[in-house]
Design a protein around this ligand. Structure first.
Ligand code: ZN
Length: 242
């Protein structure tokens, strides 16, 4: 089976479509949460995802947008976008977001948005955080998002240590056998100073994992955001991949 592993679409349909066009044939999308929030097309992104074979977990922006999560920790810009998103969602799409699970297990993979320890909120930002999360999943591998930065943490379970590395671009590599925490980066708002949409491809027949980046019409997304009254900073950051 071929899986398209992606996270943090953040209502950016142009970025999502670019990923779908670039990915080639796949059997299922594994979506790591934050389908909505920040960007201009929440309903369109949910409906596009629903039109394809997929599984998906909840992200903090997903649940914040429907009031299922306390948003007092959000910064002003995230909060404004969140409240705007809340007003846009159709009843069907609201229900879709409400019913997303916090955690899924597929094959050898645990799937969460933030971390296995705190699936909605925790950011895994360094090898120490990755190691601290090892006791919180039973599978060999964990897929997570939330930071919008592509990285793989390879861990030595017996010593509770991990090291982070970035996969080579466009070169599917064998999936290492040690325990891994894997983040495919962000589709709709990358934050590693590369504005291209980021995602991974998993081929479980060949047992390979591939890292891909794809450009998309950023200005179109930005113009739409500004015309809808979303914060200018949220539009501008897309140009610089932050
Ligand atoms: Zn996010």
């Amino acid at each position: 089976m071929h899986y398209l592993v992606l996270s943090d679409i953040h209502s950016n349909l142009n970025a999502f479509e670019a990923v779908l066009a670039d990915a080639g044939p796949f059997d299922q999308i594994w979506c790591l949460g934050d389908v909505i929030g920040y960007g201009p097309q929440p309903n369109e992104c949910i409906e596009r995802l629903k039109s394809l074979p997929h599984i998906c977990v909840a992200g903090n922006h997903d649940w914040a947008s429907i009031g299922k999560l306390d948003i007092s920790a959000f910064n002003t810009y995230a909060l404004r976008a969140c409240l705007w998103t809340r007003k846009q969602l159709t009843p069907d799409n609201w229900e879709f977001i409400e019913n997303l699970p916090e955690k899924l297990v597929e094959d050898r993979f645990t799937i969460v948005h933030g971390s296995p320890r705190h699936p909605i909120w925790e950011y895994i930002t360094d090898p120490g955080m990755a190691a601290a999360n090892l006791p919180y999943f039973d599978t060999t591998y964990c897929l997570f998002g939330h930071t919008h930065k592509p990285i793989v943490y390879a861990c030595d379970d017996s010593h509770s240590t991990c090291g982070g590395f970035v996969l080579p671009l466009n070169e599917p590599a064998p999936i290492p056998e040690e325990r891994l925490l894997i983040n495919p980066g962000g589709v709709g708002q990358p934050r590693d100073h590369d504005p291209r949409a980021s995602y991974f491809l998993l081929d479980l027949e060949r047992n390979t994992i591939g890292y891909r980046r794809v450009p998309y019409p950023i200005e179109e997304t930005q113009q739409l955001m500004l015309s809808l009254g979303l914060p200018r900073l949220l539009a501008e950051r897309l140009s610089v991949g932050w």
